[in-house]
Write a protein that binds this ligand. Sequence first.
Ligand code: ADP
Length: 356
Amino acid sequence: MAQISIEHLDKIYDNNVQAVFDFNLEVKDGELIVLVGPSGCGKSTTLRMIAGLEDISAGKLLLDGKDITTTPAKDRDMAMVFQNYALYGHMTIYENMAFSLTLRKEDPNVIHRKVLAAAEILGLTDQLNKKPKQLSGGQRQRVAMGRAIVRNPKVFLFDEPLSNLDAKLRGATRREILLLHKRMNATMLYVTHDQTEALTLADRIVCMSMGHVQQVGTPLELYDSPANLFVASFIGLPPMNFFDVTVQGDRLVSGTFSLPLRPAEAEKLNGYQGKTIVLGVRPEDIVVGDDVPVKVFSNENLGMNTLVHGHIVSGGASVPITCKLRGWCDYKQDDEIRVNFNKRHFFDKETTEAIR
Ligand code: ADP
């Protein structure tokens, strides 16, 4: 059992930089939460406050109902896996994994059993007598996870654990973390700046910007219904396209195109007659059609899809657009094509909030 209540956490560093503002989250037992956002948005600070590695400036932290706001890190029953692995180079893999238990003076037989069990889970059984430098980056990362597993903590905390690995290993290790999560049914908090990691790993994502939580939800909720322009632009790759459009009667009018509103959209945009709003369209929600003229700039074949970068050009105006079209397209620079927008997202230009 490990349920975490994070209530109104603030972090103000000694130099008066406020890194985290009013962070609230109820983490359910066995949940894998991913904190995601650009560098400097306060993810690690939040994780480190939960781990007890940073003082909490204001707010409260409860683990299974017990207030641990000021409990020292070593007594929190949480294990953290760092991005730089933090392995001891002079010790074997076995000794590295056993280290925290040896410090705690656990029975050597128990230590032996726990290290072998963790090594088995992580596929490290054959590596136990080696030194860290004899292992690949991916294996070292697994040793770092093994060190956390042997402690059998209530909560696992991961701080960008994959950022030192190459793309292929990142994918493989990501799947291992998912398997580990399923197998151990453990409560996990995971920090990354990589939206793909967030979408593929999380039960729920917490998306942050400049110390503030922007949205909490399942990966699908953040992808399908982003709460504001920040989340809309951060989640999804290539990022969502944005266009300034004015609501005029039953049409959306921009400097370069004019589109009829669908009935449900017209209802949603009822209060915005005559106003300029932001229209958001994901590249993968664009299809070849007849509504919007696009002048092709470049054509990138990805196999199943083609990324077409271009401009919507009309009169003297020109707006960039990226389309992810189905299949293998062979457009040349300056080709003129027409596209339609399937799903359309709307945002208030002033508040940047989604119009729902
Ligand atoms: P992230 O993990 O999202 O990259 P951090 O939590 O590391 O962001 O940092 C959030 C903000 O707090 C940044 O502006 C960073 O410069 C600042 N910060 C981080 N650590 C310290 C520190 N020890 N002292 C002062 N400011 C810090």
